[in-house]
Design a protein around this ligand. Structure first.
Ligand code: ZN
Ligand code: ZN
Length: 246
């Protein structure tokens, strides 16, 4: 260790990505948070009864948009003070934390790799698999100065060896989805993205940090399908459980 990095470690000791407590530099989370995240990942999906980290279920609007699977680590519970996944995501939204992106990308890659290996064997029509991301709103991009979905996509690309491509452009911001009806939500996102590249024949792995209603992802998937993408797979750190989705 150089003098400089020793000094850095002394001044900025590594902290738990979830609660901020000081930890050993070889870990990402403190023991309590690591256990909580493990519990989050083992939560049973209400639709298929598999653990979240193994299930492929997606919100209805996302399935209708032509998405074949949604891979995730854990449920995203807004009321869950104990949800480790949610707390990591919230910390990651406001500050570009390279350790958090690396840690989450490593966990997501562990799910994505076997999934893709299975798909690639069965599907010869796919010309290329690429990673893309759902671009952050301009409002939040200005406010925080970075796009957390893009960062996550970039590190996931590094972990899986897949090319990361900027496929989607955001044309406009949308209103908050929470207070809207299902129909209004779809209207709200209509036309908010454009394709920046030719996606014909591609298997697109679309990354975001969290999926709540899924309408943004659904709109992006519709664009990709219209552009003749062969397959659209979503990858997200956390997904709002069906029953708490309005
Ligand atoms: Zn912690
Ligand atoms: Zn499921």
């Amino acid at each position: 260790m150089s003098v400089l990095s020793a000094l850095r470690a002394l001044l900025f000791p590594p902290r738990c990505l979830c609660c901020g407590k000081r930890i050993d530099r070889t870990h990402a989370l403190c023991e309590t948070c690591a256990l909580q995240l493990e519990r989050d990942m083992r939560t049973q999906c209400p639709d298929c009864f598999l653990e979240y980290a193994s299930c492929h279920c997606a919100p209805a609007c996302v399935r209708r948009a032509g998405v074949s699977a949604l891979l995730k680590l854990a449920p995203y519970r807004e009321d869950g003070a104990h949800s480790a996944a949610r707390r990591i995501i919230l910390r990651m939204k406001t500050r570009p934390n390279a350790r958090a992106f690396s840690f989450l990308a490593l966990e997501l890659a562990a799910i994505l790799r076997p999934f893709l290996a299975e798909r690639n064997e069965s599907d010869a029509s796919v010309t290329q698999a690429v990673i893309a991301w759902l671009p952050r709103s301009r409002r939040n991009l200005r406010r925080y100065g970075f796009d957390q979905a893009k960062e996550l996509a970039r590190v996931l690309g590094r972990e899986t060896g897949l090319p990361v491509v900027s496929l989607l452009k955001r044309l406009r911001d949308t209103r908050p989805q929470k207070e809207l009806t299902a129909r209004e939500r779809r209207e709200n996102v209509r036309g908010c993205f454009a394709l920046a590249e030719d996606v014909r024949g591609m298997r697109v792995i679309l990354v975001d940090d969290v999926i709540t209603t899924g309408e943004g992802m659904a709109e992006a998937a519709r664009m990709l399908r219209r552009g003749k993408a062969a397959d659209v797979v979503l990858v997200s750190v956390a997904v709002t459980p069906r029953r708490s989705r309005k």
